[in-house]
Write a protein that binds this ligand. Sequence first.
Ligand SMILES: [Zn+2]
Length: 166
Amino acid sequence: MNPTRQLDLTQKEKRQYKNKLIASSTLNEQTGCLEFTGAKNKNGYGHIWYKGLMLLAHRISYAVFIGKDVKNLCVLHICDNPSCINPEHLFLGTHSDNRQDCTNKYRQACGEKIGNSKLTALQVKEIRKIYSTNPIITQKDLGKDFGVSNITISKIVYGEHWSTAI
Ligand SMILES: [Zn+2]
């Protein structure tokens, strides 16, 4: 399993996703939010499945409607409504923005939990990146840095746990 596999949509797939997102959401006339009506995770974020990967609906909405690559960035809500997929209510944050935002009102927007994990999807990506690019860093070091066991780190770097969002 390749933990770094990316979302790579063709034009046709982008169109299909646009249609699917529009068909799976309703407009909240008071707020202008396009609220996703399909499956949601426990934090209220919409889910869409793509070739065995679970994608977060607001992230894919941003990717297909705005047309920007979101893979290393967090997609945040200006409306603070996790089910909203209105691309006009979404913006990209950098990893350091996320950290800062995680301490204030955007915490929910970037702190999506995977299962009952203590780690966010972004942290999982960071762990894989650090481990694959720093040969002297051990799984134990990473476990200490991220506050989880080295067994958890091992599962992450070998891809057992998180096959996650884009
Ligand atoms: Zn909204």
